[in-house]
Design a binder for this molecule. Structure first.
Ligand code: A3P
Length: 339
């Protein structure tokens, strides 16, 4: 009889203990994610005619958090202020998504999840700055909003358009060794063609002009990797101090120091730590840890296997990029060990 009571007591304790641990885990997840909430719709429509039922759960949680802050007097009902904006302007395949997601680990950073393509797309640009503002996530006044649209870096009209919006904006450029970046660019296009069951040229055929046997400077993947040419266009509008260059190759192998440099550039207190970044051997990349419950890796489209490229073509490309790289180092004050 006594033994039976003891067993019952133990079972009760076990259930109570499990409940307590479950609640604790839930609370940790909730607190962690509240920090990071990315409301899904612009502030105007939140307080507009939209029905409560239509508000996505994450937006609703944010709204509650915001109301709480209102009551405490710590927040204003403010939409994003465009002077609190920083933009990752490029470079395509440099690691722009990884950079944005990793910066989003910082509690004072809010990311625009989608590429907005406001300044590079004439149709979007014609919709006006309010359209752009409404595409942005909500943020508290002390936060910085970051958007990334890598097409900005190479599009002629963009520097002037951004300058007209905010001449003192901070701009981030993430670069990778130019030949690797060009191959990564090619790989992305190739994958798109294969998905549509289309055939495509080999990289070698596109990158080298068959008539001259020289590097084909008309090939977009090559042109995009001539970083200095694009940067020089930007420098007609912004001083070099307004740019921060991120080493995309180092962001892959050793992300934390690169992120700490960005924190400094954006005048953010250092908050991203090694705890937030863990190496996932299956993915072969660093993944993000927000708290003990919530972590994530980037999508499978980031970190594709590149096709093998003829070594003579790689050598030719590296030789071609070399003088442009030297100029890029000189202008930016950041030297990379690119061959
Ligand atoms: P590859 O697919 O060539 O490997 P972008 O986001 O600008 O398109 O850049 C994609 C590149 O980001 C990938 O190129 C990958 O190498 C790089 N990258 C950097 N950090 C990464 C990470 N933690 N997870 C996945 N990809 C990462």
């Amino acid at each position: 009889m006594l033994f039976k009571q003891q067993v019952l007591l133990r079972q009760k304790l076990f259930v109570l203990g499990s409940l307590a641990i479950g609640s604790l885990l839930y609370l940790v997840a909730r607190v962690g994610s509240l920090d990071r909430l990315q409301p899904l719709c612009p502030i105007d429509s939140r307080f507009g005619p939209r029905g409560q039922d239509e508000i996505p759960l994450r937006a609703l949680q944010f709204k509650r958090g915001l109301l709480h802050e209102f009551r405490k007097g710590n927040a204003t009902k403010e939409q994003i202020q465009l002077h609190n904006l920083a933009i990752i302007i490029g470079v395509r395949k440099g690691g722009t998504r990884a950079l944005l997601e990793m910066l989003n680990l910082h509690p004072a950073v809010v990311k625009a999840s989608q590429e907005i393509h406001f300044f590079d797309n004439d149709e979007n640009y014609a919709k006006g700055i309010e359209w752009y503002r409404k595409k942005m996530p909500f943020s508290y006044p002390h936060q910085i909003t970051i958007e990334k649209s890598p097409a900005y870096f190479i599009t002629e009209e963009v520097p002037e358009r951004i300058y007209k919006m905010n001449s003192s904006i901070k701009l981030l450029i993430i670069v990778r060794e130019p030949t690797t970046r060009a191959i990564s660019d090619y790989t992305q296009v190739l994958e798109g063609k294969e998905r549509k069951n289309k055939t495509y040229y080999k990289f070698e055929k596109l990158a080298i002009d068959p008539n001259t046997c020289e590097v084909n400077t008309k090939y977009k993947a090559v042109r995009t990797s001539i970083y200095t040419k694009h940067l020089e266009r930007w420098l007609k509008y912004f001083p070099i101090e307004q740019f921060h260059i991120v080493d995309g190759d180092r962001l892959i192998t050793e992300p934390l120091p690169e992120l700490q440099l960005v924190e400094k550039f954006l005048n953010l207190p250092p908050r991203i730590s090694q705890y937030n970044l863990y190496f996932n051997a299956t993915r072969g990349f660093y993944c993000l840890r927000f708290n003990i419950v919530f972590n994530k890796c980037l999508a499978g489209s980031k970190g594709r296997i590149h096709p093998e490229v003829d070594t003579s073509v790689i050598t030719k490309l590296r030789k071609f990029f070399h003088p442009f790289n030297q100029k890029f180092y000189q202008i930016t004050g950041r030297t990379f060990n690119w061959p």
